[in-house]
Design a protein around this ligand. Structure first.
Ligand code: 13P
Length: 252
């Protein structure tokens, strides 16, 4: 897998028309300003995935979903399965975003079921981890990240772990305008890679993209992406502006 990735998580924003427009704008800006060897992923709300996939050049831009159900199919009103997502043209699924953990009570058990279904459906999980403000203030960030990986990613087998992306998103930096400094992010990314290496070996650890998320903007992306263990970004707010998003993609 290409380790350089920039993904735009649109969260619960846009309507059908604005989603199509935003995807089209990103597509044409990227055609003008070829970013080279970067995998670009748009992650719109569920109802717009197929429309977004339709208006972009999918050899250059990939599409993902923000979540999926923890069950394969059946009587789960309102849920969206991994197989459904796969059938729309999406190739990636965010699993364990802090907003899902915080507002929808998603724990390791649920996230492991989701991971399994995503992998079974040949989709690529973007697995999110990250500490809260009080945990960082207590100096527990390394421990928190390790615990979030222990019963999920670190319990997978070698074949499966090679097929995923990890995103480090410190909760205190999400949507707050407060970014982790490149040094703060780098030391956690290095820690994540060390944990992966201890479990799966250095070769595999070096293949897994580890993205940073949390108030990434055109003004700070370059410094963050220059860190040896930061492979790209998972972008929230700035991914809703085509120009900013493409500037971030061009920050490598
Ligand atoms: P912001 O870029 O808006 O801080 O959001 C980050 C994020 O949560 C991406 O998943």
């Amino acid at each position: 897998m290409n380790r350089k990735i920039v993904a735009g998580n649109w969260k619960m924003n846009t309507l059908l028309e604005s989603a199509i427009r935003l995807a089209g704008d990103v597509d044409s800006l990227l055609a003008e300003r070829n970013p080279g060897d970067v995998t670009v992923i748009l992650i719109p709300p569920f109802p717009f995935i197929h429309n977004v996939a339709d208006v972009i050049d999918r050899t250059k831009i990939k599409v993902g979903a923000q979540n999926c159900a923890s069950e394969a199919e059946g009587a789960y009103t309102g849920e969206v399965s991994a197989a459904m997502i796969e059938s729309t043209g999406a190739e990636y699924v965010i699993i364990g975003h802090s907003e899902r953990r915080q507002y929808f009570g998603e724990n390791d058990e649920i996230l492991s079921k989701k991971l399994k279904l995503v992998l079974e459906n040949d989709l690529i999980p973007i697995f999110c981890i990250g500490e809260k403000l009080e945990e960082r203030e207590a100096g527990k960030q390394f421990e928190v990240v390790e615990n979030q990986l222990k019963n999920t990613i670190l319990s997978l087998n070698k074949d499966d772990v090679k097929k995923l992306v990890i995103a480090y998103e410190p909760v205190w930096a999400i949507g707050t305008g407060k970014t982790a400094t490149p040094e703060q992010a780098q030391e956690i990314h290095a820690h994540i890679r060390k944990l992966l290496g201890n479990k799966f070996g250095t070769d595999i650890a070096n293949q897994i993209p580890v993205l940073y998320g949390g108030s990434v903007k055109p003004g700070n992306a370059k410094e963050l992406f220059a860190q040896p263990d930061i492979d790209g970004g998972l972008i929230g707010g700035a991914s809703l502006k085509a120009n900013d998003f493409v500037d971030i993609i061009n920050s490598f």
